[in-house]
Design a protein around this ligand. Structure first.
Ligand code: TRP
Ligand code: SF4
Length: 438
């Protein structure tokens, strides 16, 4: 199985996907330590992660961390797109530095939009809505890939440690794939890693919240981050914890540096073997690896390294389209757009696929199926914050007390309030836009 980030396929079995690609399960264990965990985290919409403990550790130790995501300007912003920004706004509220990449080069290379069109779309469809939804300008930067020299530089430079076989194996590129498309995963790697450059806040944990279709890019960024590190901290075959210097230059200086850092952090049983470019730490266990790796990473810029920490990621499920197929900007009846009028939204909701039974009678007797209902999804993903209230809908649907007509009306009313509110705020967003586009 392969995940193609540019295809329009839907995913059925998220657990299988997660396990096949070595994504960790995202459960209560991950979110319980967070302050006021967001509904998408509590409700299993975010179902997987990589290295999320880097983020929870940073939060607990009150150390700086950042969140970066990207938006693909192609088509209008719908409720599926809203999910990511809801997450970003939540993480911003608990202290993350925020970076948002407008993937204009990717949209140009893979979807055929011109840079001018992508700018229009990004500003009017996405950024305005982000502001209206509550994104704050402080410690927040929205930028265009095509205008960010650091991102583009990294795309070229980091590409040194990836080869064509890896790219074709990961993405299925062929002789016909255009070169801007080929470059786009490296630009995305530039997006993800540039926030750890000194001029953007320096080395620190970075969370990339994405849909699971983006996992190939996450893996690539993590591999590249690691490939460019100067130190490798690992457990050896004979069960020892070792620090290994990777480059062949300045080996002595790098070993001196590592030894110094280790001693300052109370590791004293050190055995240095210069021929192996190694220091074995006899008083360290596997549990210390992550911390030692971080300690060493921070010193790598002194030796012309980047010191990138592996980017962490969370993966969310996709909303189903209202029609029961994939939610897509190109199928307006499948999606509610943030710029829809109340009438348009109402109409889509009234036509949506529900988990109702064939007749009222039967539904009263056997109940409905909220697990296969687009209206229930609207409640779960967007409209209902209170877990008890959501649970109430679930159980009254199941036991046949709740009928779809009434339920749709409730969703339509709540959606109308939301859309009215967001439209007002969107009108005010124009004035403050510059504060975000730094
Ligand atoms: N490829 C992403 C998409 O198709 C957009 C994107 C660009 C992105 N750069 C990113 C996502 C960095 C996350 C992080 O939607
Ligand atoms: Fe869905 Fe509501 Fe009908 Fe249950 S009653 S199937 S939740 S629309």
């Amino acid at each position: 199985m392969k995940i193609d980030p540019w295809s329009s396929s839907t995913y059925q079995d998220y657990a299988r996907l997660r396990d096949e690609f070595g994504i960790e399960a995202f459960t209560e264990q991950q979110w319980q330590s967070l302050p006021e965990p967001h509904r998408l985290l509590r409700r299993g919409v975010v179902f997987g992660h990589r290295d999320f403990s880097l983020i929870t550790d940073a939060i607990q130790q009150q150390k700086p961390w950042a969140i970066l995501t990207g938006l693909m300007p192609s088509g209008k912003m719908h409720l599926g797109h809203k999910m990511i920004i809801d997450e970003v706004i939540y993480y911003q509220s608990i202290g993350a530095d925020v970076f948002i990449a407008v993937a204009d080069i990717e949209s140009y290379g893979t979807r055929g939009y011109s840079l001018k069109e992508t700018k229009e779309l990004a500003v009017n469809e996405y950024i305005k809505n982000y502001i209206a939804l509550g994104l704050k300008p402080t410690r927040c930067r929205i930028y265009f890939q095509s205008k960010n020299q650091d991102v583009k530089d990294l795309a070229y430079l980091l590409g040194k440690k990836v080869n064509w076989s890896q790219m074709t194996a990961t993405y299925g590129f062929t002789g016909q794939t255009n070169m801007t498309h080929v470059l786009s995963p490296l630009i995305q790697t530039g997006d993800i890693l540039h926030v750890q450059l000194p001029q953007h806040g320096g080395i620190r944990p970075v969370l990339v919240p994405v849909g699971v279709d983006q996992d190939p890019h996450i893996r690539l960024s993590r591999d590249i981050a690691k490939a460019h590190r100067l130190y490798n901290v690992t457990k050896t075959k004979d069960e020892k914890i070792g620090v290994f210097v990777k480059p062949d230059d300045h080996v002595e200086a790098l070993l001196d540096n590592a030894e110094h850092i280790l001693r300052n952090n109370d590791f004293t049983a050190l055995k240095r073997i210069t021929d192996y470019k190694a220091i074995y730490i006899e008083d360290a266990t596997e549990d210390h690896i992550e911390r030692i790796d971080q300690l060493l990473a921070y010193s790598e810029p002194d030796f012309d390294g980047y010191g990138f920490l592996p980017p962490a990621a969370t993966f969310h499920r996709f909303m189903t389209g209202l029609t029961g197929e994939k939610m897509s900007s190109s199928k307006p009846e499948s999606a509610i757009f943030l710029t829809d009028t109340i009438e348009e939204a109402k109409k889509k909701i009234m036509h949506a696929k529900t988990g109702g039974a064939v007749s009222l009678e039967q539904q009263k007797k056997e109940g409905g199926n909220p697990d296969d209902c687009m209206i229930y999804e609207l409640f779960l993903y967007h409209l209902i914050e209170d877990d008890e209230a959501l649970h109430e809908i679930y159980s009254t649907c199941r036991n046949g007390e709740r009928m779809c007509g009434h339920c749709k009306k409730q969703a339509a009313d709540q959606m109308a309030d939301f859309l009215t509110n967001i439209a007002t705020k969107r009108d005010q967003a124009e004035d403050v836009m510059d504060e975000y586009l730094k």
